[in-house]
Design a binder for this molecule. Sequence first.
Ligand SMILES: Nc1ncnc2c1ncn2[C@@H]1O[C@H](COP(=O)(O)OP(=O)(O)OP(=O)(O)O)[C@@H](O)[C@H]1O
Ligand SMILES: [Mg+2]
Length: 246
Amino acid sequence: MKIIAIYSSKGGVGKTATAVNLSYDSAQSGKKTLLCDMDPQGAAGYYYRIRAKESFNRKQFLKGDLEPFIRGTDFENLDLLPAHFSFRNLDIALDDRGGSAKELKRIFAGLKDEYEVLILDCPPNITLLSENILMAADMVVTPVIPTTLSILSFAQLIKLADKLEVNRKKLAAFFSMVDKRKKMHTDIIAKFGRKKLFLESEIAYLADVEKMGIYRQPVAVSAAASAAATAYRQLWQEVWRRGVLT
Ligand SMILES: Nc1ncnc2c1ncn2[C@@H]1O[C@H](COP(=O)(O)OP(=O)(O)OP(=O)(O)O)[C@@H](O)[C@H]1O
Ligand SMILES: [Mg+2]
């Protein structure tokens, strides 16, 4: 099982849109896929029209008792573990359990025979939970809006990976919400786009992605022939190629 975390310490950069669309593309490519919503806002579950069972909360999650709470989606090969509101205190709970960065790895270990791909939609934080995410993931995919602050937060992530002695090869950034009419975007892409940690695929600023909130479906379903659907499929293929090779 490959664990792919969609992570950035910055909010609103396109993590959930990416997690929702990549999990769909992964499942479509025939891989048994689980999307795990780690964000108490529950947006990934919202897009797939799935809510957590009443009995599910942070306690079960931390015990690694996940299977009874996994829900099927409308799509073949794709399941979802919805977030619970109590996930907002996951950091404190992890801290109470000794502050280890390896808890998440243990929690997901029980799923390894069931799924080929586990995609994590992460909340925007840089905390103990982020350290756990870095340790558990085989690959950390970071959407970066081509602006100075987004680049800075990716630099922070590289620093954190170094501190935890996590191989930098696990990290992969891609430019998100790209608007080629903006000089700042084209300048930043020209400057950083060729760096090793950046993927070639980009996701442009596209209305079809915004409309996911209305249709509550991956773009490949609500707008099958759209540029957005094609762009996420390409991103998925590049992520998978890189994840398998490293
Ligand atoms: N490529 C895109 N083009 C246009 N709008 C986008 C794109 N990607 C995301 N959005 C929109 O931007 C907003 C933020 O996206 P999203 O929720 O995916 O970000 P996030 O990083 O998960 O945010 P948070 O940190 O709050 O979890 C949403 O309204 C979403 O529909
Ligand atoms: Mg999100």
